[in-house]
Design a protein around this ligand. Structure first.
Ligand code: 13P
Length: 246
């Protein structure tokens, strides 16, 4: 269960949030709980998460270790802070900041090479869905994003299916639509890596996940967790998602 804070929360707010969340959820055995603050809040969040059931993700990473790349952050810069996870290829990065499938693949490879656990995001836009291009888009994002990954690395990888039309819109994909797309994505992982990798890889659903729809999403056969935006900004609602009715 991962909370993507996007461009919200100062370091102090993030620290308070992680402390309260950790206290609220206690020891969690049924799920891995991850929060993804902005870069400036990573260090404070890692400190607050030490010794708790919460771990910390960055929202982006560059592929080189160092160099003349103004504004970028490298994998060793993240690991040196104690960050364990990184979201890669979120649709906001692809659509607003021009990230390409090739860049996404390089970031996934660099993350793995430095011991960071990638959460690779894929998803179609509303126009693509209406034009019947959902599967084509997902197939291409999966095969290109995983181009440099080996099948034996599948247990280190998490995918997130986030239909762009469901992000921040309050329009959740129905559990059936989410299941259908995620099952398709799992099939493409089998093709890109191998069938065993497709079984081990974790696949999350993201897009307007809330405490009142998490239960019906989680009962779907292929949905292993959620990548939560808006509802992860509030301790009570994110805790309720983590503790979804099982
Ligand atoms: P919302 O949960 O706000 O729709 O955002 C989803 C998302 O983009 C998570 O990465």
């Amino acid at each position: 269960m991962a909370g993507n804070w996007k461009m919200y929360k100062t370091p102090a707010e993030g620290k308070t949030f992680v402390r309260s969340l950790a206290q609220r959820i206690g020891t969690v055995e049924h799920a891995v709980v991850v929060v993804a603050p902005p870069f400036t809040g990573l260090s404070a969040a890692v400190d607050a998460a030490l010794g708790t059931s919460v771990s910390v993700a960055a929202q982006n990473v560059f592929w080189d270790e160092q160099g003349a790349f103004t504004g970028e952050i490298s994998p060793p810069m993240l690991t040196s802070l104690g960050v364990r996870w990184v979201i890669i290829g979120h649709s906001e990065r692809r659509l607003l900041f021009g990230e390409t499938d090739q860049g996404v693949a390089r970031k996934v490879r660099a993350a793995l090479d430095h011991g960071l656990l990638p959460i690779l995001c894929v998803g179609e836009t509303e126009e693509e869905r209406e034009a019947g291009l959902t599967e084509e888009r997902l197939a291409s994002q999966v095969s290109k994003g995983l181009a440099d990954v080996r099948p034996d690395e599948a247990q280190l990888l998490t995918l997130a299916y986030e239909p762009v039309w469901a992000i921040g819109t309050g329009k959740t994909a129905t559990p059936e639509i989410a299941q259908e797309a995620i099952s398709f994505v799992r099939g493409r992982v089998a093709a890109a890596l191998d069938p065993e990798a497709a079984q081990v890889i974790r696949i999350l659903y993201g897009g307007s996940v809330k405490p009142d729809n998490i239960g019906e999403l989680m009962v779907q056969a292929d949905i292993d967790g959620a990548l939560v935006g808006g509802a992860s900004l509030d301790v009570e609602s994110f805790a309720a998602i983590v503790e979804y009715p099982r």
